[in-house]
Design a protein around this ligand. Structure first.
Ligand code: SF4
Ligand code: SF4
Length: 454
């Protein structure tokens, strides 16, 4: 298994290395920029403090807790506990104090790994977030869900959970919300747990059907959400409409609705599964022209952190260089200016014109019973789409033939035979697990079509 994961990382590194080249005409260079990014910057001044480490903190509205604006998403940790410990040591030493896990991460191992590493520190050094991951229908009963909740305490080695979330509400629509939390009495139970202090802050993470998001906020007088976790980045701000039929909403809508209610946000996918770190060459150059020392990832994090209603920004940091760069970005955070915001909005517009699949490589859909490496296939396709090297049958015959050969050769070198798109049997297992609501088997068919000679 360790071998498989390291293989996956290498594959993604390969894909990252192959990033992109398409033309960005509408950019203007940025030099001196002095206009504040947000109208609420005055509010941000009072919300943000820097501690001895230089890290930027936000104050949690209800408790006054100082939460590091950079949070540690534990989902994609390395397998070796020693490596995890090294990353977490660095994080805590540099002021990160928010750690996010879930019972289903790491095939059920992640909470235990998180508990082991955090238990080496005094309890007041960290805030831990975990979730009710009862998405699977077998776990909808009150008893099974309560078992999952109680197990989280044992795995995390704590007597209270700082931030507890209903995991991925919105997937499965209102029926799933009722089945998982309302009809079985589980939400009432969790509210009582909050009253008793075993849960310090109660919230939910949202993906999918916006009717569920709206319903939960419409009932805020009953539930008093302490925070809500949403997917937000400069692309999804405007373009995160994954499934129009289900009435999904973009991040601007989610953020503004929460801000209006005074509910702070925890942000997931700040660089959209890495796609905002691996931008096309033209975009990279334009960003560099404005800030020569900053990576595209840093731009993405700064954009998110510039929003005053963000409590913390989760980053899945599984390598030391990631954590070092991110710590530098947030110590202290230099908010985006309006001019920089406008530049990133134009980048997003440009990206929206590229036919990528909205996969964040979260791997929630895995394992596929037929062995398809779903995120690997999509990452491969997306890298080619961003690079502009997809074989398009609209191209002149000779060009098409050349591109098809290059694409197919690279695909075969990157994705092992048993994990390719053509192994998909359209069983639908993955559909219910994808927080992005992607029509995975349909995309797999498109990928297969792409490698067929026309
Ligand atoms: S629909 Fe295809 S990709 Fe999805 S789980 Fe089934 S076989 Fe795997
Ligand atoms: S297809 Fe969906 S669940 Fe699977 S890795 Fe991509 S975003 Fe995650």
């Amino acid at each position: 298994m360790a071998k498989k994961e390291s293989h996956d990382i290498n594959r993604r590194q390969f894909l990252i290395g192959s990033a992109s080249a398409f033309s960005l005409m509408a950019f203007r260079p940025l030099h001196s920029v002095a206009t504040p990014f947000s109208a609420a910057d005055a509010q941000q001044e009072t919300q943000t403090t820097t501690g001895g480490t230089g890290m930027t903190y936000r104050t949690q509205n209800g408790s006054g807790e100082k939460i590091s604006l950079l949070g540690f998403g534990m989902m994609r940790l390395p397998r070796e506990q020693e490596q995890v410990d090294r990353l977490v040591d660095y994080a805590i030493e540099h002021g990160i104090n928010y750690f996010d896990t879930a019972p289903i991460y790491g095939q059920g191992r992640n909470e235990g790994v998180t508990g082991r590493t955090l238990s080496r520190f005094p309890r007041e050094k960290f805030y831990v977030a975990t979730k009710m991951s009862n998405q699977n229908r077998d776990l909808w009963s009150f008893e099974r869900s309560k078992e999952m909740y109680e197990n989280s305490f044992r795995q995390l080695r704590v007597d209270h959970i700082d931030y507890y979330l209903l995991h991925s509400v919105g997937s499965g629509g209102m029926d799933a919300l009722r089945g998982r939390f309302l009809d079985n009495g589980l939400l009432d139970f969790l509210l009582k747990e909050r009253e008793a202090g075993r849960i310090r802050h109660l919230g939910f993470s949202y993906h999918g059907d916006v009717k569920v998001f709206d319903w939960l906020l419409d009932h805020n007088d009953t539930y008093h959400w302490d925070f809500v976790q949403i997917q937000m980045n400069y692309f999804d701000w405007k373009y995160a409409v994954r499934n129009r039929r289900r009435g999904d909403a973009n991040a601007e809508y989610l953020y503004k609705r929460l801000a209006k209610l005074g509910i702070q946000c925890v942000i997931m996918e700040p660089i959209r599964g890495g796609s905002l770190a691996n931008v096309a060459d033209d975009i990279r150059q334009q960003l560099r022209h404005s800030r020569p020392d900053d990576s595209p990832a840093r731009w993405g994090f700064r954009w998110v952190g510039s929003h005053p209603n963000v409590l913390t920004t989760l980053s899945g940091m599984n390598r030391m260089e990631h954590i070092e760069e991110n710590v530098a970005t947030f110590s202290p955070l230099e908010p985006c200016t309006k001019v920089e915001e406008a530049l990133l909005a134009r980048v997003a517009d440009k990206m929206a014109g590229i036919p990528t699949i909205g996969c964040t490589t979260c791997a929630y859909c895995m394992p596929c019973p037929y062995g398809v490496d779903i995120p690997g296939n999509f990452a491969f396709y997306n890298a080619a789409a961003t690079k502009g090297t997809l074989p398009s049958s609209d191209a002149p015959a000779a060009e098409y033939k050349k591109r098809l050969k290059e694409y197919t050769t690279a695909y075969e070198e990157t994705i092992p035979k048993k994990e390719r798109a053509n192994r998909c049997q359209d069983c639908g297992e993955c559909l219910k697990k994808c927080p992005q609501q992607l029509l995975i088997p349909t995309h797999m068919k498109r990928l297969v079509e792409l490698t067929k000679k026309k």
